[in-house]
Design a protein around this ligand. Structure first.
Ligand code: NAD
Ligand code: UDP
Length: 315
């Protein structure tokens, strides 16, 4: 692709789990990538293999603060995603979501760029509607320990739609459900990385609560495909759109699957359930199927295989 037609794409949180996969994919497709990160949960190792590509540029920056760049598209992913990380400094988490959205929307407005927000199934909170559809407004505690993330992401969605209505900005909002795969931080604290590492090390598998709560797990490559389809969709399609794999598992089922696949001798141990931990979560993806022709096909066993292989290097 020549320089004139090459798109310059900004990925905030580009050194994180999802951001590093998105950077790699968009770079392969012939784009110029500006990867912006403050390295709170992201790592240089995640993007080390991209550094020699002259179409890849790394910017250390915190999205809480404005930045001036020339870009055609923005994927706004910057925000810690695992509960232990986003609860570590809740005020910063909220500022990252809200001020980060304001700064990136301002940047998009100046550039007349299209912008996608990495929103989350957490906007549904502990849902009373199951599976969750995009028209459900959610059941979110505004003052709990998860609120810095949930309410920050909800406010970011509000800002996206206000910029769209007030300034005609081209926006896309993806509500991402639990996603897993290589490049997850080993100390991330999320369930898939925790269980795999515990199983590989022969340590007890820590089930919070009785393990009957459910989640639906999407393999990273398929989620990234959803992002790209969403960004490429017509300007009149803003979302919000659920992106996730609708096949639901209990946390106990996940633990048993990981033990089986790693041939581990680990035992299950029960720990207290964290406050406001959602009891069930499953995306209704009718809208993504219709508007983006997107539907995940990779089964949990298949995705876990490559994820387990990735975590073996941390032993
Ligand atoms: P991650 O923690 O691996 O990546 C987040 C990245 O953002 C990291 O590289 C981190 O250093 C960077 N970051 C954090 N605060 C920043 C700031 N103030 N300025 C600049 N960079 C900052 O998490 P992830 O799983 O890759 O998640 C990416 C996005 O997707 C997040 O916005 C998250 O809320 C959203 N999301 C992810 C999932 C999932 O299952 N992975 C589910 C729902 C939503
Ligand atoms: N969980 C667990 N053991 C762990 C980590 C998480 O039982 O070591 C549970 C957690 O309580 C939640 C589910 O697994 O019910 C998913 O947790 P995660 O932090 O991955 O993401 P969430 O969907 O809660 O944001």
């Amino acid at each position: 692709m020549d320089n004139y037609h090459r798109k310059r794409i900004l990925i905030t949180g580009g050194a994180g789990f999802l951001g590093s996969h998105l950077s790699e994919r968009l770079l392969k497709e012939g784009n110029e990538i500006l990867c912006l990160d403050n390295f709170f949960t992201g790592t240089k190792e995640n993007i080390a293999h991209l550094m020699d590509d002259h179409n890849f540029e790394l910017i250390r920056h915190d999205v809480e603060f404005p930045i001036h760049l020339e870009v055609d598209e923005i994927y706004n992913l910057a925000c810690p995603a695992s509960p232990p990380h986003y609860q570590h400094n809740p005020i910063h988490t909220n500022k990252t979501s809200v001020l980060g959205a304001i700064n990136m929307l301002g940047l998009a407005k100046r550039n007349n760029a299209k912008i996608m927000q990495a929103s989350t199934s957490e906007v549904y909170g502990d849902p009373h509607v199951h599976p969750q559809t995009e028209d459900y407004w959610g059941n979110v505690n505004p003052i709990g320990i998860r609120s810095c993330y949930d309410e920050g992401k909800r406010c970011a969605e509000t800002l996206f739609f206000d910029y769209h209505r007030q300034h005609n900005l081209k926006i896309k909002v993806a509500r991402i459900f639990n996603t897993y795969g290589p490049n997850m931080h080993p100390n991330d604290g999320r369930v898939v990385s925790n269980f795999i590492l515990q199983a590989l090390r022969g340590e007890d598998i820590t089930i919070y609560g009785d393990g009957s709560q459910s989640r639906s797990f999407c393999y990273v490559d398929e989620l990234i495909d959803g992002f790209i389809r969403l960004m490429a969709s017509g300007d009149d399609f803003t979302g919000p759109v659920n992106l996730g794999n609708p096949v639901e598992f209990t946390i106990k089922e996940l633990a048993e699957k990981v033990i089986e696949m790693t041939n581990s001798k680990s035992k299950l141990t029960l720990k207290p359930l964290p406050q406001d931990d959602p009891k069930q979560r499953q995306p209704d993806i009718t809208l993504a199927k219709k508007e983006l022709s997107w539907e995940p096909k990779i089964k949990l066993e298949e995705g876990l295989k490559s994820t387990i292989k990735y975590f073996e290097k941390f032993l």
